[in-house]
Design a protein around this ligand. Structure first.
Ligand SMILES: *[C@@H]1O[C@H](CO)[C@@H](O)[C@H](O)[C@H]1NC(C)=O
Ligand SMILES: *[C@@H]1O[C@H](CO)[C@@H](O)[C@H](O)[C@H]1NC(C)=O
Length: 484
C-alpha cells in the first residue's frame, strides 16, 4: 500500500464568497489571531499525546473480524462504542450500491484507490500523519484486504470549502478514485451557496470514470458561532445522491454537552495550554476513523449475506431503479428544468502543481512567495505598481458560464484594487478590492462573469492606482482562476 500525499500545499486556503466572513475563517498570516476565536494557531505545534485521558488501546487495532450480529463478542467497534452510538453516527446510510461494489472488488484483490477531500482536520492540523482519520482507516483497510493494493491520496487543504473544491477538486485528487471521502461539514458555512457547491462537488465525483463510491465524513467544532454548520445543509444532498454520511457530532456531541469537562479530551491542545475546539485531536481522529470502519464492516456484513450484485434491483410498481445512478436534476433546480449540465471545470492555481497559474501575457506581475513567521509558505502572483497588467487563457467548457478569481484580502498587507474583465469587455470589468477593515487575511473568490460562452477566453486584470489602503499602498495578490 502506498500512502501518497497529494500535491497540496499545507497552507491556509479559505475561499469564500466575498460577503461572508465569520468565525469559521482561519487566519492567513503568521498564525497570531486577532480575533477572539482562535481557529488557527500555526501548524507546527505538536499535540500532547494521550496525557490527559485514560488511553484505551486504539480500537481499530483490535484483532479479529467484526461479527455481523451487531454487538456480538467479535464486534469490536460495538464493544468499544456501543450499538447506539454507532447507529447515531450513521446520519445517512442508504443503499450503498457503489460502496458494496468497491468492497466486492477489494475482497477480490483488486487495486482500490481512495481519494480524500477536506479541510484542515483531514490535512492533519494538530495531529501526526499516521493519526489522521483517513490514514487510520487506510491502515485498517490494509489489514482487512491484505490481498489487494490500496492507494490513498489525501487532497485536503486547510480552511478550504466546497466553494473552491467543487471547481478545483481534480487539482487535489486524481480522477481514477474508487472511493472518495469528503470532509467539509465545518469548512462550509451554513449558506445556500455552499450547499449548492457541495452538491456540484457530489455530482462531479459521482460522475468520475470509475463511478466511485462517495462517503461523507463529518467532523465538528465547538468554537464556531453556532453548532450548526454547512454540513447540516450537506445532509440533504447526501440523501438525494444516496451517498452515506457519517457524523462525529451525532456520535459524540450529546455526551460532551452532558459532561462539559470531557470536551477538551477530543480536541487539539494548544501549546499555550488552551484547547483548539475546531480541530479534533488523535482521540477524535481515532473515533472518526472507527465510525467509518464500523460503517464499512456493516457493509461487509451485508455483503456476506448477499455476496453477488443483484441482476436487477427489484423495484416498486415496475419503476426502473438505477441504484448507482445520478439524479438528472440538481436539488437547486425546478422539476421542469432541463437536466443539470455536466461540468468540466477549469482550475488553475498557485496552490497546485497540476495546473499552476501561468499568465498568457504579463507586464509588472511576478511569482512571489510569502513566508509566514512560522515558516509556512504561500505562493501568489503579485503586482505592486499601478498599471501592471496580466492575462490568463480561460477555457470555459460549459455548464455555468462562470469565471472566478481567487485573491487575498487583508487589512494590513497594503492591498489595493484590481480591475478584471473577460476578453475585450473592459467596460464590464469588476473592481476587486484586496483591502478591507476586517482583522483577517483571507482568500476570497469573486465572480468576474456568469455569462461567458463556451470556448476560449482571456481574463485580464489591471492594477488600479486607486486604493483603500490607509497608507496608499497598491499591492495585489492573485491565487487562482476557475471557470465552468
Ligand atoms: C470470535 O472470533 C473468534 C476468533 O476469530 C472465533 O473463534 C469465534 O468463533 C468468534 N465468535 C463469534 C461469536 O463470532
Ligand atoms: C511564474 O513562473 C512560471 C514558471 O517559471 C512562468 O511560466 C510564469 O510566467 C511566471 N509568472 C509570472 C507572473 O511571472
Amino acid at each position: 500500500m502506498l500512502i501518497a500525499r497529494a500535491r497540496q500545499p499545507s497552507t491556509l486556503f479559505v475561499l469564500l464568497n466575498a460577503c461572508i466572513v465569520t468565525a469559521l475563517i482561519h487566519y492567513w498570516t503568521s498564525g497570531r489571531s486577532l480575533h477572539a476565536v482562535s481557529v488557527w494557531i500555526g501548524q507546527n505545534l505538536e499535540h500532547e499525546h494521550g496525557h490527559d485521558y485514560p488511553q484505551n488501546p486504539p480500537p481499530s487495532q483490535f484483532a479479529g473480524p467484526a461479527s455481523c450480529g451487531g454487538g456480538g463478542a467479535n464486534d469490536t467497534m460495538c464493544a468499544v462504542y456501543g450499538e447506539d452510538i454507532l447507529a447515531r453516527s450513521r446520519a445517512y446510510e442508504g443503499a450503498n450500491a457503489r460502496f458494496r461494489r468497491v468492497l466486492r472488488d477489494a475482497k477480490a484483490g483488486k487495486h482500490i484507490k481512495i481519494g480524500v477531500l477536506g479541510g484542515s482536520v483531514t490535512n492533519g492540523q494538530g495531529v501526526k500523519q499516521h493519526e489522521i482519520w483517513a490514514n487510520v482507516f487506510a491502515e485498517w483497510w490494509k489489514q482487512e484486504f491484505p490481498d489487494g493494493e490500496m492507494t490513498i491520496q489525501n487532497g485536503a487543504i486547510a480552511a478550504t470549502g466546497t466553494n473552491y473544491m467543487s471547481m478545483c477538486y481534480l487539482e487535489h485528487i486524481d480522477d481514477d478514485a474508487d472511493i472518495v471521502l469528503t470532509e467539509f461539514a465545518i469548512n462550509d458555512q451554513r449558506y445556500d451557496f455552499n450547499a449548492e457547491s457541495f452538491e456540484w462537488l457530489l455530482r462531479q465525483l459521482l460522475e468520475l470514470p470509475k463511478r466511485p463510491a462517495v462517503i461523507n465524513i463529518q467532523t465538528f467544532g465547538l468554537a464556531y458561532q453556532q453548532l450548526t454548520t454547512g454540513g447540516d445543509l450537506h445532509i440533504a444532498a447526501a440523501n438525494y445522491y444516496d451517498t452515506p454520511l457519517i457524523s462525529l457530532r451525532n456520535a459524540l456531541l450529546p455526551q460532551l454537552l452532558d459532561t462539559r469537562e470531557a470536551g477538551p479530551n477530543y480536541f487539539h491542545r494548544l501549546g499555550s495550554g488552551g484547547t483548539d475546539f475546531n480541530h479534533i485531536n488523535p482521540r477524535g481522529h481515532q473515533m472518526l476513523a472507527d465510525l467509518l470502519i464500523a460503517y464499512t464492516q456493516r457493509q461487509l456484513c451485508a455483503l456476506s449475506s448477499s455476496p453477488l450484485p443483484p441482476d436487477a434491483a427489484p423495484s416498486y410498481d415496475d419503476l426502473p431503479l438505477d441504484l448507482e445512478g445520478i439524479p438528472p436534476l440538481r436539488l437547486f433546480q425546478n422539476y421542469n428544468d432541463p437536466p443539470a449540465l455536466h461540468l468540466s471545470p477549469y482550475c488553475t492555481s498557485t496552490r497546485t502543481l497540476k495546473h499552476p497559474l501561468i499568465p498568457s501575457f504579463n507586464s509588472g506581475w511576478e511569482n512571489w512567495t510569502y513566508t509566514a513567521p512560522g515558516g509556512t509558505e504561500k505562493s501568489y502572483v503579485r503586482a505592486t505598481q499601478p498599471g501592471s497588467k496580466i492575462g490568463f487563457k480561460i477555457p470555459v467548457r460549459g455548464g455555468m458560464g462562470r469565471v472566478r478569481l481567487s485573491y487575498l484580502r487583508s487589512a494590513t498587507f497594503g492591498l489595493g484594487i484590481c480591475k478584471c474583465w473577460l476578453d475585450e469587455d473592459e467596460e464590464a470589468g469588476v473592481l476587486v478590492d484586496g483591502f478591507w477593515d476586517k482583522p483577517l487575511n483571507v482568500a476570497l473568490v469573486v465572480i468576474i462573469t456568469k455569462t461567458a460562452s463556451v470556448g476560449d477566453h482571456v481574463l485580464s486584470c489591471e492594477l488600479m492606482d486607486k486604493t483603500h489602503d490607509p497608507e496608499g499602498r497598491t499591492e495585489f495578490r492573485l491565487i487562482a482562476v476557475d471557470a465552468a
